[in-house]
Design a protein around this ligand. Structure first.
Ligand code: URA
Length: 186
């Protein structure tokens, strides 16, 4: 399930500082999947450490969901140069790792269009599909899935932030007692 620190399955290995391994509870029923590591993630080896991570952490905290209660990963584990979108080939090379990480979860949250496209294997129009529950088959088993905006979309778009908050509230229902930190509400 873990990606080798010297993984060379695609060309992203040439520019990375670190393989960015998943974070959070390895046994969580809920997995959040982002697009790809950025600079901070590449430096630290952990997902969602930069500006997007701060937005995500704040929303999780406001909704009473400890970051440590969910599992957080990305479609690819190495930073694409200049933070470009990972190519289909790069995502395909990393898919066996991602599927291993997601196997057996109860809910997958796709953060943004790239993660949604990788998992659903089709183009996704976020404005039409956001927060609509669907399913995805991972290694022969259907898992609930929800598509939402990437935290970066909420930098300048309040509606995207509201939608992401709604997603977190929905995800909380899958967490049971794990997602029970006291909420500050909004
Ligand atoms: N954006 C992502 O999609 N993933 C990260 O880990 C950080 C920023």
């Amino acid at each position: 399930m873990t990606v080798a620190r010297d993984c060379a399955a695609c060309g992203l290995c040439r520019g990375r500082l670190n393989v960015v391994c998943p974070d959070g509870d390895p046994d969580s029923p809920v997995a959040f999947v982002g697009e790809a590591p950025g600079q901070k993630e590449d430096e630290t080896g952990k997902p969602f450490q930069g500006r997007s991570g701060k937005v995500l952490d704040k929303l999780l905290e406001e909704e009473g969901v400890p970051r440590s209660s969910i599992y957080i990963t990305n479609t690819v584990k190495c930073r694409p140069p200049g933070n470009r979108v990972p190519t289909a080939e790069e995502m395909a090379a990393c898919l066996p790792h991602l599927e291993g990480e997601l196997q057996g979860r109860r809910l997958i949250v796709a953060l943004g269009r790239t993660a949604a496209r990788d998992l659903l294997r089709r183009e996704v129009k976020l404005s039409e599909e956001v927060n609509r529950k669907t399913t995805v088959t991972i290694r022969g088993r259907e898992i609930d899935m929800i598509v939402t905006y990437h935290p970066a979309a909420s930098f300048y778009n309040a509606k995207a932030k509201d939608a992401l908050r709604e997603t977190i509230r929905f995800a909380r229902t899958y967490l049971g007692a794990r997602g029970s930190a006291s909420s500050t509400g909004t």
